[in-house]
Design a protein around this ligand. Structure first.
Ligand code: DAS
Length: 329
């Protein structure tokens, strides 16, 4: 009997990133080179776990991924599940993983898991983590407890929710965290153990509009207002501000937002890296009470980058009026 035929179907695609990188000429650094097949060759166990469908969808550094490419990746992944895949894995660069995972999570309609992983060390570096991350991603993808959790990020044997995960270190192996909540679970000796129950998921329809842009500005000490004032003039459809502390800007930025917020959706999130924005604590000019009175939305638990993804997708499907209900406290 063909034992392979009894194994679940698992679809794996690669987009590039350090997990696909190798060194070339001396001094030239590492670059994306390995397609998905080559990456999988270093993890022979995968073929004993599942029937694999393999695709190389890109060979990019993840800073160069974009929304249009992600919509194509999503269409591929949806097709795989519709054709019977138990789960889908994507490998990509870690630099933008916290954003791409959230983008895909907001549009992922299935119970079947979409698991994303990468590597902090290139394939040509000693101690590279790509193969171990791929194996853990497959264990997570095939685990029954992963169903209904949307897009999951698996790095360093931890399983993170797409809405919470952040890259918090530039080069360390343990580069991913879910500040405040911690990871959803871990892979322990090949077994996936969830520490947190699956939450209720909200999913958006595919955007009908994709040509619009959402700006992201960071509030910082003694910042002038020139860029802020230019946002409407430049045709941005929305604005996210990475605000001070619990979601604050200077009094001069607050004055500009008084004129801007009635004309386009504005979110102020926190630039601190952890914790929610406030809603009812601070009453100074530029504090959250003042900002909300001007029509600004507070980012809640979402980091500024994820706020921008959310706002872009909401505008894309004509749902910007629902923004408030998508910003978790
Ligand atoms: N820093 C790299 C990575 O970890 C590059 C990238 O994101 O493509 O994958």
């Amino acid at each position: 009997m063909n034992e392979q035929a009894n194994l679940p179907r698992l679809s794996i695609a690669s987009l590039g990133g350090t997990v696909s990188m190798q060194a070339g000429a001396p001094g030239g650094g590492v670059r994306p080179k390995m397609g998905c097949d080559e990456q999988l060759a270093n993890v022979p166990q995968l073929r004993e776990m599942a029937q694999l469908e393999v695709a190389t969808l890109g060979l990019l550094a993840s800073a160069s991924l974009g929304f249009a490419a992600l919509l194509d990746v999503l269409a591929w992944a949806r097709g795989e599940v519709e054709r019977g895949a138990r789960a889908v894995i994507l490998t990509q660069g870690t630099d933008s993983l916290e954003e791409t995972a959230y983008f895909l999570d907001l549009l992922w309609p299935f119970d079947a898991p979409l698991v994303m992983t990468g590597a902090m060390r290139a394939a040509s570096q000693p101690g590279n983590d790509g193969p171990a991350n791929l194996l853990a991603a497959a264990q997570v993808a095939l685990a029954q407890g992963s169903r209904g959790r949307g897009v999951l990020v698996v790095m360093n044997d931890q399983v993170h929710a797409a809405a919470r995960v952040r890259k918090t270190a530039s080069l360390a192996m343990a580069a991913f965290e879910s500040p405040g909540s911690g990871p959803l679970g871990e892979v322990v000796e090949g077994i996936v153990v969830y520490r947190q129950a699956a939450g209720r998921r909200q999913v958006l329809p595919l955007p009908q509009r994709t040509e619009h842009c959402v700006a992201l500005l960071e509030a910082c000490l003694d910042a002038d207002t020139a860029l802020l004032q230019a946002v409407a003039r430049l045709g941005y459809a929305g604005l996210v501000i990475a605000g001070f502390g619990a979601g604050h800007v200077s009094s001069s930025w607050s004055e500009v937002l008084d004129e801007l917020a009635p004309t386009l959706p504005v979110i102020v999130a926190t630039r601190t890296g952890s914790g929610p924005t406030a809603r009812t604590t601070y009453g100074f000019a530029g504090g959250e009470i003042d900002l909300q009175a001007k029509g600004v939305h507070m980012g809640g638990q979402l980091c500024p980058r994820k706020c921008r993804i959310l706002l872009w997708l909401l505008i894309g499907s004509g749902r910007q009026q629902q923004l408030h209900s998508w910003l978790p406290r």
